[in-house]
Design a protein around this ligand. Sequence first.
Ligand SMILES: [Zn+2]
Length: 230
Amino acid sequence: MFFAAHPDDAELNCGGTILSLVNSGRSVGIVDLTLGELSTRGNLKLRKKETDKATALLGIKFRENLKIADGNIEINLINKKKIISVIRKYRPEIVFAPYPLDRHPDHINASNLIRESFFYAGLAKIKTGNLDPYRPSKIYYYRNAVDMPVSFIFDISKTFKKKLEVMQCYDSQFYNAESKEPQTFISSKLFEQEVEARARHFGFKIGVEYGEPFYSDSDLKVESDTLFTL
Ligand SMILES: [Zn+2]
């Protein structure tokens, strides 16, 4: 289960990993916390259309939007229960969340909200209707705009091209030479080039063409077979 503060965050930072997991037969879902209503470019109707197109191309099992206020992701009981409920509903083995240090405050707040809820989802005395308590085994953090310590890098060489196609579904948000809308951090040509450069950078570090980095604050288990594929 990939949590994202805004629709397109999961695709931008984990799109290659999501596509690779889907290709290997895993059940993958995305939970967006907000509708992205504060986005400088585009509007809600257009953003929804773009998200639906990207979701179809990713081939994931489900996508939900928790409709928490964009620009105001508060760590309160209502929002915690929204996250806890969706974790208990789908019972994912692994949860992915934004790394808790970033330039965008929504990513920081989303990260802390998800980390708390990840833990509380396992406590039986916190009630969410008929949903049974459940805590996933792992939470991994993905990088947004700020560098983070890296625990492992996912090889996305086989899915990087398709990741770019998925990102192009978000026509209003990323680089589009025809757009007359104001320029943002993620809509410039430089940012588009950085997406490729970043994937190549992390790929190079593990000896492949393209990669996406992740951070784990718990230690990762290795057995004799996996030792030789690290
Ligand atoms: Zn975002």
